[in-house]
Design a protein around this ligand. Sequence first.
Ligand code: GTP
Ligand code: NA
Ligand code: MG
Length: 412
Amino acid sequence: DDPALLEPRPPVVCVLGHVDHGKTTLLDSIRKANVVSGEAGGITQHIGAYQVEHEDHKITFIDTPGHAAFSKMRERGANVTDIAVLVVAADDGFMPQTDEALKFAQKANVPVVVAINKADAKGANLDRVKQQMQDRNIAPEDWGGETQCEAVSALKGEGIDDLLSAILIQSEILELKANPKCPAKGMVVESQIEQGRGPTATVIIQKGTLKVGNALVCGENYCKVRAMVDENGKPVKSAPPATPVRVLGWSGAPPAGVQFHTVKNEKIAKREVEENVQEARRLSQMSKTSEPADLPTDLDSLLAAIDKQQAKVLRLIVKADVAGSLEAANGVFNDIKSDKVNLEIIESGVGPITKNDVDLASSASAVVVGFNVRQENGVNAVAKHNNVQLILHNIIYELIDQVKEAMAELLD
Ligand code: GTP
Ligand code: NA
Ligand code: MG
């Protein structure tokens, strides 16, 4: 872009950290709305995006889940952002997902501001966290290092202003700019199928201004922007750089992490998308035909392979509310290891559980697993009639436990 066209833009900040270290409470305290109480089991399972104002400057925040299953979402969070706020609970210190988040931020070349949260908690130990920062080569400023670090209590709303000021200082150093006048480009942070709205996607605008009526290409999906709403559900007509906005009018739910761009009209969008679909098909054909035969070479692995063949199989049909959750759920199911029962995901998709899902489960002797989804009317009755087990939960670790139980039942 011509430097003359660039204008200052707000920073996009993602809040990363270990599960339950207080990311959502912190964001909540920043926007003074209550997000945490609306979450199932107090666990974040989606990326939420909001914009706030501090000292007359806007800051865009993205919340990511801390549960181990959502690694992809954290990685994407780090990829679309300018600054990462690494939340570390003062009583726990650095934990596995803290280190993973730090790695993502460093890999994406994103500067880190550390929020030592729960400073009010019994057992809080600020010096220990600072020592851990030093051990990781991100020594805090007050220890002679270069990493900004603020002690906060998200719960009591203490230290929040200092943290926001630290973010603005970091943002000033980065001299963030974008051209607001060109056609919009950006990235999908989350997508879902909403009742009455069809597929919707929360996107972050990276350059240009997105307007109602624009035609977008996003991988294998296109969009004629029918409407846009901000994080409060209020309609907006245009979205400048660094703004998070939910977009309606998609041909299908675009996967999170995929880049979109604006084209001249819907016809061109459809044509580009058709080309992308063809290309994806071609690539998947190629990878299928070139896959090497998976033959075990030594006796041990041969025996293990035979064991595996004789193991029982629990087939799953997995449904989830949004693409990111589906990916996370499939990921954890693929990671469940057992010598006696193999898990096989025969079908997965975004959206509520339908009678079709139950029919498929019935003919394949599969179990239907729903993560944070409802079931369509009449599904329960059809499932009962066909003896199909439905496992539904809004909390991922509960779901994992119930799938493990179903595996154990196969052995009874
Ligand atoms: P996930 O999204 O599930 O990874 O969790 P999170 O990091 O968003 O944590 P969340 O905001 O859900 O907070 C987890 C728990 O810590 C809740 O019970 C909060 O009330 C508590 N908590 C958060 N901040 C503070 C704090 O500053 N002090 C104390 N004492 N508790 C806190
Ligand atoms: Na939590
Ligand atoms: Mg959370």
